[in-house]
Design a protein around this ligand. Structure first.
Ligand SMILES: [Zn+2]
Length: 235
């Protein structure tokens, strides 16, 4: 049996249509998602609240207080999707908001779920400055950084690396290298979808792609990824 776990999606309302999903991490895109997401949080639906770097314009004046208070009242909710994206405007604001969210995650001892495009140097520079006040765990969504740095990132920042069907479909040399360099106990798969309708098919493509690259049967891989998922979400 394949155990499907979705380590990055934007599903904010749930139907009963995907019983095959063993667990998922539902990330906020907008501040207006927070309330709905808080309501669906459960052992199976692990929720992350935060401000996504693409959608900072609509944030409220007291978003940081609101985030802190909501997290305080919900000890099992993490921080995400947060990060930096070089293709989006105003890097300074992106960085300020990102740093505030890292601080909140550290203070409340929550994992962070990261979006990063073309800015891993900048992000690891920020992590370095956080030093001993880094959040306790980092999940990188659709990881597209330097494959050579993966083992170092695991050691320094307790990182997990999630891959998507889109990355598998591209099948480029760098994606293959990243997956090869990611240890089995640190690898995750994701749909990055907004709806349940294509969730399983995205996860299936990703699992099969990674299974081929790492030469491991899909059922074994899905079991390993399920164990990784449990380790992240059950603390
Ligand atoms: Zn996302």
């Amino acid at each position: 049996m394949i155990k499907y776990t979705d380590s990055h999606c934007h599903i904010i309302t749930l139907s009963a249509h995907t019983p095959m999903i063993f667990g998922r991490i539902c990330n906020a895109k907008y501040e207006s998602d927070w309330e709905k997401l808080t309501q669906i949080a459960s052992d199976k639906n692990f929720v992350c609240l935060g401000l996504h770097p693409w959608f900072l314009d609509g944030r409220s004046n007291d978003w940081d207080k609101k985030l802190y208070t909501t997290l305080m009242h919900n000890p099992k909710i993490a921080v995400g999707e947060i990060g930096l994206d070089k293709h989006h405007p105003d890097m300074q604001t992106q960085q300020d908001v990102f740093i505030t969210q890292l601080r909140i995650a550290y203070e409340l001892s929550r994992p962070v779920h990261i979006h990063c495009v073309g800015a891993w140097e900048r992000i690891t520079g920020i992590f370095k400055r956080f030093g001993k006040t880094m959040p306790r765990m980092v999940i990188a969504h659709s990881f597209n950084g330097d494959a050579e740095k993966i083992s170092q990132m695991i050691e320094k920042y307790n990182m997990y690396f999630s891959y998507s069907g889109k990355q598998i479909a591209r099948g480029d040399r760098k994606t293959i290298e990243r997956i090869q360099m990611t240890p089995l106990d640190r690898i995750l798969v994701e749909s990055d979808t907004d709806t349940e309708s294509n969730e399983i098919s995205e996860l299936d493509t990703t699992l099969r792609g990674i299974g081929d690259i790492k030469n491991i049967p899909v059922t074994d891989l899905s079991e390993q990824i399920y164990q990784n998922f449990q380790r992240i979400t059950q603390k």
